[in-house]
Design a protein around this ligand. Structure first.
Ligand code: GCO
Ligand code: MN
Ligand code: MN
Length: 387
């Protein structure tokens, strides 16, 4: 069982670089230098590093400092064979963004956010990024008395349209991936799920440049089925990126090691992404947006990172075995019967008449067992390595 090399595993500088600070406690690990992180990622076989502008270039750096930092980082990337597939903007840490960035009521904040993002896009492109993520961490409210939600969406749309125009103007080959989250750090965040994002994208001027970056933890926090959200994004060609981690329903944003909670969901997710059930494979980076337990030292961080990749590969192998199992195939065969009247081409009076002519014994169909108990048991046995 080895990586087939078409899988690009990536980690954010902010993930393996997370020093374990939380709202209740200080850092428990030293801050690691970005160049060192890249070198370590190369050593453990992760071929991608992602970053926010400020993960690499501290806020307020001079142009000369920025250029020196970026040159050193590019050298570290080249030396380690690690690329930068995705970049993003930190639009949440600075106090100016306390009430949002693109959706702020304050035109000074919106202008500042656009300018910061244009600079961060330039940085990402300079590092070779092909995907640019927008996570609206502060784009939300505690009190909805402060803003009409329609104005927030209009401002968010304006910003994304403007930034698409910026990329066109610069000739950047860069796709945007919008990342939904229901809450945290705001009480409520606009465009809270992947489904909300998908509709919003359909209202954009340059919608073909824009897709989604769903995250396991975010849909799970809302109690939703993450695999369904990802399937919907894939089905409309909008899965541009993915944030993998683990999360328990009803908790704060945990960002746990991939596969460390809800292994069955993780299995079904990997099966979907790998296309072992016959669907198209997701070809983008497998990005782990997670961090090590706060109990860990720096060695534990690298164990965490290796664990994310190892679990993904094991699940991919388990998914391949599941879909190759003759008994599974037999049970799934029954779910793939051809339509009695093909309505995929849309409505026609003939098809409507043909549907009316069908002789369907509803009681008999309703009484048939579907065998999903056996199917799910087989899934569990494959997952446990028992088959
Ligand atoms: C979170 C988010 C972030 C974003 C990151 C990239 O819950 O904090 O998942 O980690 O993914 O800012 O946009
Ligand atoms: Mn998250
Ligand atoms: Mn994320």
């Amino acid at each position: 069982m080895t990586n087939d090399h078409s899988t690009l595993f990536s980690f954010g500088l902010w993930t393996v670089g997370n020093p374990g600070r939380d709202p209740f406690g200080h850092a428990v690990r030293p801050v690691q230098d970005p160049c060192h992180i890249v070198q370590k990622l190369g050593e453990i076989g992760a071929r991608g590093v992602n970053l926010h502008d400020e993960d690499l270039v501290p806020f307020g750096s001079s142009a000369a400092e920025r250029d020196r930092i970026v040159a050193d980082f590019k050298k570290a990337m080249a030396d380690s064979g690690v690329s930068c597939p995705m970049a993003t903007t930190n639009l949440f840490s600075q106090p100016i963004f306390k009430d949002g960035a693109f959706t702020s009521n304050d035109p000074r904040v919106r202008a500042f956010a656009l300018r910061k993002t244009m600079d961060a896009i330039d940085l990402g492109v300079e590092l070779g990024a092909r995907t640019y993520v927008f996570w609206g961490g502060r784009e939300g409210t505690e009190t909805d008395a402060c803003r009409d939600g329609r104005d927030a969406l209009a401002h968010f749309r304006e910003a994304i349209d403007f930034l698409c125009g910026y990329c066109d103007d610069q000739g950047y080959d860069l796709r945007f991936a919008l990342e939904a989250k229901p809450n945290e750090p705001r009480g409520d965040i606009y465009l809270s799920t992947t489904g909300h994002m998908l509709h919003f994208i359909s209202t954009l001027q340059h919608s073909d440049r824009v897709g989604v970056n769903p995250e396991v933890a975010h849909e799970t926090m809302a109690g939703l089925n993450f695999v369904h959200g990802v399937a919907q994004a894939m089905e409309c060609g909008k899965l541009f990126h993915i944030d993998l981690n683990a999360q328990r329903i009803g908790r704060y944003d945990q960002d746990l090691r991939f596969g460390s909670e809800d292994l069955k969901m993780a299995f079904l997710l990997v099966r979907l992404l790998e296309g072992t059930n016959g669907g198209a494979r997701y070809e983008g980076p497998r990005h782990f947006d997670a961090h090590a337990y706060r109990t860990e030292d720096v060695d534990g961080v690298w164990e965490f990172a290796k664990g994310c990749m190892r679990t993904y590969e094991l699940l991919a192998e388990r998914a391949r075995a599941f879909d190759a199992d003759p008994e599974v195939k037999g049970l799934l065969e029954a779910t793939k019967k051809p339509a009695l009247v093909d309505v995929s081409g849309g409505y026609s009076a003939e098809r409507a008449a043909a549907l009316r002519d069908l002789d369907i014994d509803a009681a008999a169909v309703g009484a048939e067992g579907l065998g999903y108990e056996r199917l799910d048991q087989l899934l569990v046995e494959h997952l446990m390595g028992a088959r």
